[in-house]
Write a protein that binds this ligand. Structure first.
Ligand SMILES: CC(C)(COP(=O)(O)OP(=O)(O)OC[C@H]1O[C@@H](n2cnc3c(N)ncnc32)[C@H](O)[C@@H]1OP(=O)(O)O)[C@@H](O)C(=O)NCCC(=O)NCCS
Length: 130
């Protein structure tokens, strides 16, 4: 799914997906990436669709840098007051992901019980960029 999104970004710019890729240097393999886009029908809201860091590189600040780069870009485009929306799963395996967002000043603003499966809720996190 992640590769499909990146392919879409490159092949169909009109789809509205953008990506940022973290690398150590031009010849190096990617360390991580993030995929995002403007939220349709909103004035200054963005969806962060994916952020992923190579497991061998996790915990070294790459995710934080990717998130900061995305936030800087989105705020540059839509100004102070820009809102970011992130969706994730309530399953235990995503606890670290949720902790990552909370650590980066995101707030849990919504939950739909049983959204993905009867024991797997949708969590919505958000941050206003000032
Ligand atoms: C979530 C993810 C992108 C974080 O990237 P990362 O490079 O490992 O995170 P960082 O090293 O930049 O951490 C930034 C901060 O978040 C905290 N954090 C990151 N992962 C955490 C975890 N699993 N548990 C608790 N805190 C965590 C770090 O402690 C750090 O805090 P600090 O600012 O006090 O130093 C990465 O773990 C990942 O790719 N996970 C799998 C894919 C995924 O779940 N993506 C999100 C759904 S789209």
């Amino acid at each position: 799914m992640a590769v499909e999104l990146i392919d879409d970004t490159l092949k169909r710019p009109e789809a509205g997906y953008e990506t940022l890729v973290a690398v150590d240097g031009p010849e190096e393999d990617p360390l991580g990436y993030t995929c995002f886009g403007r939220t349709p029908m909103t004035e200054q809201t963005w969806d962060l669709y994916w952020i992923a860091v190579d497991p061998a590189t996790q915990g070294r600040g790459v995710g934080k840098q990717l998130l900061a780069a995305f936030e800087e870009l989105s705020k540059h485009r839509t100004g102070s007051g820009t809102i970011v929306r992130v969706e994730t799963s309530s399953q235990e395996e995503y606890d670290g992901t949720v902790a990552f967002y909370l650590r980066n000043d995101y707030t849990t603003v919504g939950r739909i019980t049983g959204f993905y499966r009867h024991d797997d809720d949708l969590l919505i996190l958000s941050k206003r960029l000032t």
